[in-house]
Design a protein around this ligand. Structure first.
Ligand code: ADP
Ligand code: MG
Length: 246
C-alpha cells in the first residue's frame, strides 16, 4: 500500500487565542461602492470548531455563500478579521492561502464544478497535480477516493457524461483527495433529486464520522440543516439566533 499521508501535517495548528479551526470577528463584505454599494455581510462573528457539522442557513440572498467564501479564503472581507488555524488571514502570503485552500480545504458546490472534457480520474487528480504530487501516486490516491465514493468503475469516463449524482460523487472525491480538515459545501444537493441528494448527504456526513472532517454546509434545506450538529442562521448579512444547536 501507499505510505501514510501527511499532506496537512505541516500546516499551521490552532494558535493560542482559540481552538477553532476558523474564527471570524466582525466580518463584513460590501460589493460595489458608492451609491451602488451592497452590504452582503454586516458584522459576523463565527467560530468553525474541529470536527463539527456546521450548517449555515437563511433565505436566498441572506449572505450564506458570501460568508462561506470568506471562511474558505476564496474571497477577502471588506472589514473584520479571520483567523485560520491560528493564523491571522491578513498575514498569510498568497502562496500560503493557496496551500491552505488546496490541502486543508475541500469544496463541493451546487454546480458540480469540473474540467468538462477531462476524465473523472483527471478531475479527481487535479488538487494533487496542483500540489505537485507525482503521477503514479496521484493515480493511486485518486482511485482510492473514487473507490470510497463508489465511482471507481467510472474513473475513465468523461466527467461531462455523468449523471448529477455521479458528478457530485466525483466532486466529493476531489474534495477529499488531499485529506482536508474542512469540507465546505454550498447547497450540495441543490441540483439533485431528493433520493440522490440523500446519498450525497450520507457521503458528506460519513466523512465527518469516519475521518473527523469538519463540515461547513450552506443550505436552505431544513432537513439537511437538521442533520448537522449546529446551525447558524443568516438574515440580511447578520447572524440571528447564533446558538440554535440541533
Ligand atoms: P445567499 O448565498 O444567501 O443566497 P449570497 O451570499 O450569494 O447569498 O449573496 C448575498 C447578497 O449579496 C445578495 O443580495 C447578492 O445579490 C449579493 N451579491 C453576491 N455576490 C455579489 C457580487 N459579486 N456583486 C454584487 N452583489 C453580490
Ligand atoms: Mg448562495
Amino acid at each position: 500500500m501507499t505510505e501514510p499521508r501527511t499532506a496537512t501535517a505541516d500546516l499551521p495548528r490552532a494558535g493560542p487565542t482559540t481552538d477553532a479551526l476558523i474564527s471570524a470577528h466582525g466580518l463584513k463584505k460590501t460589493y460595489g461602492s458608492g451609491p451602488a454599494a451592497f452590504h452582503a455581510l454586516r458584522g459576523v462573528d463565527l467560530d468553525v470548531r474541529p470536527a463539527e457539522k456546521l450548517a449555515i442557513v437563511g433565505k436566498s440572498g441572506s449572505g450564506k455563500s458570501t460568508l462561506m467564501h470568506l471562511l474558505a479564503l476564496l474571497d477577502s472581507p471588506s472589514a473584520g478579521t479571520l483567523e485560520v488555524m491560528g493564523q491571522d488571514a491578513r498575514t498569510l502570503t498568497a502562496a500560503a492561502v493557496n496551500g491552505i485552500r488546496n490541502r486543508a480545504f475541500g469544496f463541493v458546490f451546487q454546480q458540480f464544478f469540473m474540467i468538462p472534457n477531462a476524465s473523472v480520474l483527471e478531475n479527481v487528480e487535479l488538487p494533487l497535480k496542483i500540489g505537485g504530487v507525482a503521477a503514479q501516486e496521484r493515480r493511486l490516491r485518486a482511485l482510492a477516493v473514487l473507490e470510497q465514493v463508489e465511482m471507481a468503475d467510472k474513473a475513465n469516463n468523461r466527467a461531462t457524461d455523468l449523471s448529477g449524482g455521479q458528478k457530485q460523487r466525483m466532486v466529493i472525491a476531489r474534495a477529499i483527495v488531499n485529506e482536508p480538515r474542512v469540507v465546505f459545501a454550498d447547497e450540495p444537493t441543490g441540483n439533485l433529486d431528493t433520493a440522490t441528494g440523500r446519498i450525497i448527504e450520507d457521503l458528506l456526513f460519513g466523512l465527518n464520522e469516519s475521518a473527523g472532517i469538519t463540515l461547513v454546509i450552506v443550505t436552505h434545506d431544513e432537513d439537511l440543516a437538521s442533520r448537522c450538529s449546529r446551525q447558524v442562521s443568516l438574515k440580511d448579512g447578520l447572524i440571528v439566533d447564533p446558538e440554535v444547536a440541533a
